[in-house]
Design a protein around this ligand. Structure first.
Ligand code: HEC
Length: 118
């Protein structure tokens, strides 16, 4: 009986532990598509449906390594959390600190680094 209980605990533990890892990996991309793609585009090229030529600035092309390299990890976290004004950029980039958790913002930062490969 005790032995079976031990196995059951191990199974539940691995599902919770590994399951969470997979869910988190998927969620940065899902969050990006849900919250960011209307401006930054589904592939991050800054060409989402809300980006129009009449705007004074275009959403950042997150695949542009030369531009994205200029931002430190902390800059990226700050601009996602507090919006464009955090890096003296346009306030057309909204702040997400009240919508997303610290962990989700960090996940998005890592996701952006993957998009720019920088
Ligand atoms: C309403 C449109 C809009 C949405 C939605 C949006 N952005 Fe932006 N974003 C912008 C614009 C416009 C800029 C360019 C600001 C500038 O260059 O002055 C920008 C710039 C950025 C930058 C670069 C800042 C810099 O200093 O160069 C990052 C990083 C960024 N956005 C991340 C995100 C993430 C992550 C999300 C989703 C959580 C998101 N954005 C959602 C419009 C948007």
């Amino acid at each position: 009986m005790v032995r079976y209980f031990g196995i059951a605990v191990a199974v539940v533990f691995s599902i919770t532990f590994f399951g969470k890892g997979i869910a988190m990996a998927a969620s940065a991309e899902a969050n990006y598509k849900f919250y960011c793609s209307q401006c930054h585009g589904l592939e991050g090229k800054g060409d989402g449906p809300n980006a129009t030529k009449s705007q004074p600035v275009s959403p950042r092309d997150h695949t542009n390594a030369a531009e994205m390299k200029k931002l430190t990890d902390q800059d990226i976290v700050n601009v996602i959390k507090s919006g464009g004004s955090a890096t003296s950029k346009s306030t057309l980039m909204p702040p997400w600190g009240k919508t997303l958790t610290e962990q989700e913002i960090n996940g998005l930062k890592d996701y952006l680094r993957k998009l720019c490969k920088c």
